[in-house]
Write a protein that binds this ligand. Sequence first.
Ligand code: HAM
Length: 439
Amino acid sequence: MAQRVQGTEDLFGGYMREWQNVCNIAGDLFSTYGFDMIETPAIEQVTTFVHGIGESTDVVRKEMFRVFSGALLERIFEQGDESHLKAKQRMAMRPEGTAGVVRAAVEHNFVPQGASPVKLWYAEPMFRGERPQKGRLRQFHQVGVECLGASDPASDAECIIMLMEFYKRLGLDASRLSLSINSMGDAACRPAYRDKVRTFILDHKDEMCEDCLERAEINPLRSFDCKNDHCREVMKQAPLVTDNLCDECREHYAQVKKYLQEAGVAYEEDPTLVRGLDYYTRTVFEVQYVGDANIGAIGGGGRYDGLMELEGGRPTPGIGFAVGFERIMLALQDAGVDISGEPEPCAYVANTVAELRDAAFRATLALREAGIRTEADYQGRSLKSQLKQADRYHARVCVVLGPDEVSAGMATVRDMRTHEQGQVPIEALSSKVAELIAR
Ligand code: HAM
């Protein structure tokens, strides 16, 4: 039997409807904050991620799926390595959405200098070569937003407030969510802080894992979220970024916190929160679901004031977040929240004898043309089993076509809620069905 790739999921039936509901809730909420939808390609040049996310991050080093055509792979095997490939021939499946959106903004000059911020949202599959486990997939879906061209702390606060409102609208109570925030500093204060952390790691080198010692050279802040528990324990004594912010970053962070307090958004400050992507500057945040620690973060984001330049554009600030759909679904399940929503009202056309299939076909088309969602049965089942089928579709109205009705140019219309029924001329069928559905 053919099987899907481990760590991927088929979205169908109720689960697919839930995904669509999540997107609808996101779209409604984000549009009130002025966000428009964007879709970027699932494959990008490797450099887009290397420049943006950072060469030393796990996401780029270990988890990014590289993409080669068969012909290119043959050449790589022949030549023994890929050094002969041009940059544009090195491609990868996107592990996250921000780098691609910013690349698109640079390529199409979305954010001309001095223009108002450009606010974009997306709902797309992402790909990471991780060891599949609960809430950790190789292909997963993110609903994310990126606000480009906004540097004010009010934008950071708005972004976080909108994220928390999104969970609320999905049905997740604030008491089940824990929001952590931090400031990572900027190009002015982070280099000196990074050096301090490097020195700390080297001073504790006997206690740190190999990965952390390697990280000390290239990106020491990564050690704060090392997968090794002991390293994380040692890092609790490391210098904290919040004690090493420059005046501008400290002020920016204070303003963000002030706005969050004003909006009544509860948060915890976590000075060890560094996030797994290198593009962050100043504000970073992450949301955990409190009920089940195994789900992991159900959303996270932050400011990335240097990313536009890293992707070859003019210096332009930015901030955003992304929420993992599959983890949201696990959290909703754990919290006992059903977001499948009301089934869309529909009509069902039953026909009692096979010879009436043409009449059923025509009636079905006419109802759909009138904009009514309509199901029909062409399988010649008994009327009883067709009525059961209509119930399964949650049909509000069942149209029954029998030989007597059809020869008289009529149809029987049954209100499935009240079980009342009556006959209507076939020309008046659509308006009668629409009236009953709307009732
Ligand atoms: P991230 O924290 O890497 O941030 O991912 C955001 C969310 O995607 C996570 O909180 C989690 O819910 C979900 N997620 C991540 N990896 C997996 C996985 N393997 N399986 C299932 N769900 C997963 C970003 O991706 C940034 N681009 C967010 C951002 C937008 N920052 C600024 N703008």
